[in-house]
Every structure is written in structure tokens, then in C-alpha cells.
Write a protein that binds this ligand. Structure first.
Ligand SMILES: Nc1nc2c(c(=O)[nH]1)N[C@H]1C(S)=C(S)[C@@H](COP(=O)(O)O)O[C@H]1N2
Ligand SMILES: [Mo]
Length: 383
């Protein structure tokens, strides 16, 4: 009978060192940081996109949302290798018997369902979102938002349950190697952590190439090349896809200011162009993680609100020519409505807007998610 060759002692011990409470603790802390950053910036983005929140989303600093959404995507991507590594390290524990040693242990293990399930769901849907792939039936935003609360609930319970273990694991000296010479072909704990950390950092930097052009040379994992598109600027939904070509190019196009005003106003494109126009340098910061700045020229929204006799502190709904599909309206709160840089833009980088960028008129404002920079504007409905 063949006797199986015993595994070399160093290999077994190195593997044990990689799959140690210490490795799990270090990965856990790293995940706590990336998940925490992702959760905070996600809530911020949710606030930015909610129609009429208790506290109105600020219009300044102008580039803030661009930064927070960049962090949201980068920290989410950085979490993927960390989570996979952590799951691999603790995998044997999932099958440990007995499944529940005590009530506390049962609670701790059950909290893993929302944490691990929620975490995987968030990373998978977020990843699909940044590559603009929506293979599911449910609405991305509410599902992603609720999963975040579920996962964070699990995370808080998990951190509470594991705080003591983590502290012990980090205080105790690391598992000593069985022999002085490191075995070839096995990473060891430090090598493993360094590899996972480097991969995480690299992926985060690479995906950020779609917002920071200095990272372009390593942007292999950036779904968007923001140098591409009409007028050297990316497009999210084209005029064809949104079925607005006919209305947007019609000589009958009019911009209307309606609703809670003393007098309703109507402008042809020529009338808008004949007005004194203002300029602003502002980014489009898409929730999908790409962003790019441009020079916009157009009519300040607050001027039209004043001319129409809207009340101080008025808010508005911006309505697109687009008849159906997502993002056809957006909400302008009192901060954005009064900001001099909130424009009904006619020009992008010195040229009339391309049809795909919202010709004849699009909204552009400081510190707004891309989804709220409504293209092909037909109506400003004052509230
Ligand atoms: N009417 C309308 N406006 C819209 C959209 C849309 O689909 N329809 N897409 C929004 C999204 S998600 C983004 S990121 C920006 C992109 O603007 P751009 O295509 O000019 O880059 O437009 C926004 N405005
Ligand atoms: Mo977007």
C-alpha cells in the first residue's frame, strides 16, 4: 500500500500562519476602512440624489461630489481583493463544529449572513454598475442602498463580537516559522498580506483613471476612457437612445419657465443666445465613477427665476424633452437654484453643445451628481 508523502513541515506551518487570526484581523481592519469609506460616500451620494431631503444638499465646494464618488468607486473596488482574501483565510471556520458554541457565538455567526451576503451583493452590483451592465430586474439604487444598511448592520455586530479577538491577535507575536529558512513557493503571511494590499491599491488607482487623468497610464481597469466622445467628452446616454433627436433639432424648440412664478417665460434658442451669457468650469461626475471637467457657457438659472418673479429660495424641477426612460427630470434645490454657476448651458468648451451632450440646452451646476445634470432641457418648473 502506498503511503502518502507527508507535506513538508514548513509548508504546513506557513499555511497556518497565513490562515491565522492575525491575518484575518489585519484584513478585517483593512476591510473596515474600505467598507466604511464606501458606506459614508454612498450615503453622501444617496443624499445628493434624493429628491427633497430634510437638509438640502450643498452646492459648494463645486467639485466635492466628484471627489466623494471617486472615493466610493475606488474603495469599493479596493474591497474586492480584501474580501476574497478574508473569506479564503477564514473559510475553514465556516465549517467548524459545533456550529454554535454559545448564544453569543450563534449571534456572531448569524451576523455573517448580512455581512458577507450584503458585502458580496454590494460589490457585485457596484462592479456591474460601473461597467454600465444591468442584468437584473430590480432598481439598482434602492437595492444597493438597502443592501448597504444590511451589510453595515452585520459589520457593526461583527466588529462588536470580534473586537477582543482582534486585539489579542494583533498583540500576540506572529506565529513563528517552523524553520528559519522560508520554504520556496509559499508566500507566508507577510507576503500574502502585501500581495493582497498591493492588488487592492493597484485596482483602486487603476479604476480612478476615469476621474484623474494622471492615472491614465495604469487605467487598464477603468471602464471609461474620458478622452473619448463627441467634443472630447464622454456621453452617458445618447440623443438617439433617449429618442430626442427630432425635438432637440426642431426649429420650434422653446425653453419654458413655468409653475410658481408671477409670469411664465418662453425663449427660442436665438433668444437665449442673444442674452449675456455666463461661464463656469464644472465637472460632470457620473455616479458610475467617471468624471471630467469642462468650460460651460449659458444662462444662469437664477436670472430666469428672477425674471419670472419666482420667490426667494424657490426650487425647481428641470424637465427634459426626453419622453420616457431614466433621468428625464432633476431637482434643483434652493442652494443650486441661487448659485451663479448653475447654468442652462448652451456651449461646451467654446462650441455649441453636441446633440449627445444635451443640445440645445442642458443643465449644469456645481456639486451635482451626473444624473442630475439634465440634458435637452425643455422646461424649468418652479416650485
Ligand atoms: N435627459 C437626460 N439627461 C441626462 C441623462 C439622461 O439619460 N437623460 N443622463 C445623465 C447622466 S447619468 C450623466 S452622467 C450625464 C452625462 O452627461 P454627458 O452625456 O454630456 O457626459 O448626463 C445626465 N443627464
Ligand atoms: Mo451618470
Amino acid at each position: 500500500m502506498e503511503v502518502p508523502e507527508p507535506a513538508p513541515a514548513t509548508l504546513a506551518s506557513d499555511e497556518r500562519a497565513v490562515r491565522s487570526p492575525r491575518t484575518a484581523a489585519v484584513l478585517g481592519i483593512a476591510l473596515g476602512v474600505t467598507f466604511g469609506a464606501c458606506f459614508a460616500t454612498g450615503l453622501f451620494s444617496h443624499w445628493a440624489q434624493s429628491g427633497d431631503p430634510l437638509i438640502a444638499f450643498p452646492a459648494r465646494p463645486a467639485g466635492l461630489y466628484r471627489v466623494t464618488q471617486g472615493i466610493h468607486i475606488a474603495s469599493g473596488i479596493a474591497s474586492i481583493p480584501l474580501l476574497l482574501a478574508k473569506l479564503w483565510v477564514v473559510l475553514p471556520e465556516f465549517f467548524a463544529l459545533p456550529p454554535f458554541r454559545s448564544v453569543a457565538h450563534a449571534v456572531e455567526r448569524l451576523a455573517l449572513f448580512p455581512l458577507v451576503g450584503g458585502g458580496i451583493f454590494l460589490l457585485a452590483t457596484g462592479l456591474a454598475n460601473i461597467v454600465a451592465w444591468y442584468p437584473w430586474e430590480f432598481g439598482f439604487v434602492p437595492a444597493h442602498h438597502w443592501a448597504a444598511w444590511i451589510a453595515i448592520g452585520g459589520l457593526v455586530a461583527h466588529v462588536g463580537a470580534k473586537a477582543a479577538t482582534t486585539r489579542d491577535a494583533l498583540r500576540r507575536p506572529p506565529t513563528p516559522p517552523a524553520s528559519a529558512a522560508p520554504s520556496s513557493g509559499v508566500l507566508g503571511r507577510r507576503g500574502f498580506l502585501a500581495t493582497v494590499g498591493a492588488l487592492s491599491a493597484f485596482l483602486a488607482a487603476s479604476v480612478s483613471a476615469q476621474t484623474a487623468s494622471v492615472l491614465r497610464p495604469i487605467g487598464w481597469f477603468a471602464p471609461r476612457d474620458v478622452r473619448l466622445g463627441p467634443q472630447g467628452f464622454p456621453v452617458n446616454s445618447s440623443a438617439r437612445r433617449r429618442r430626442v433627436i427630432e425635438d432637440a433639432t426642431s426649429p420650434d424648440y422653446r425653453l419654458r419657465v413655468t409653475g410658481a412664478v408671477e409670469r411664465e417665460l418662453t425663449f427660442s434658442l436665438a433668444e437665449l443666445r442673444a442674452r449675456p451669457l455666463a461661464e463656469a468650469e464644472l465637472p460632470i461626475a457620473c455616479v458610475e465613477g467617471w468624471s471630467k471637467s469642462a468650460r460651460w457657457r449659458g444662462v444662469p438659472l437664477h436670472e430666469l427665476l428672477d425674471e419670472a418673479g419666482a420667490a426667494d429660495g424657490a426650487t425647481a424641477t428641470i424637465v427634459s424633452l426626453q419622453r420616457s426612460g431614466g433621468f428625464r427630470t432633476s431637482f434643483v434645490n434652493e442652494h443650486h437654484a441661487s448659485d451663479p454657476d448653475t447654468l442652462l448651458a448652451l456651449d461646451l468648451n467654446g462650441e455649441p453643445l453636441h446633440l449627445d451632450h444635451g443640445y440645445p440646452v442642458r443643465l449644469i451646476g456645481p456639486n451635482r451628481p451626473g444624473v442630475n445634470q439634465t440634458k435637452w432641457v425643455a422646461e424649468v418648473r418652479v416650485r
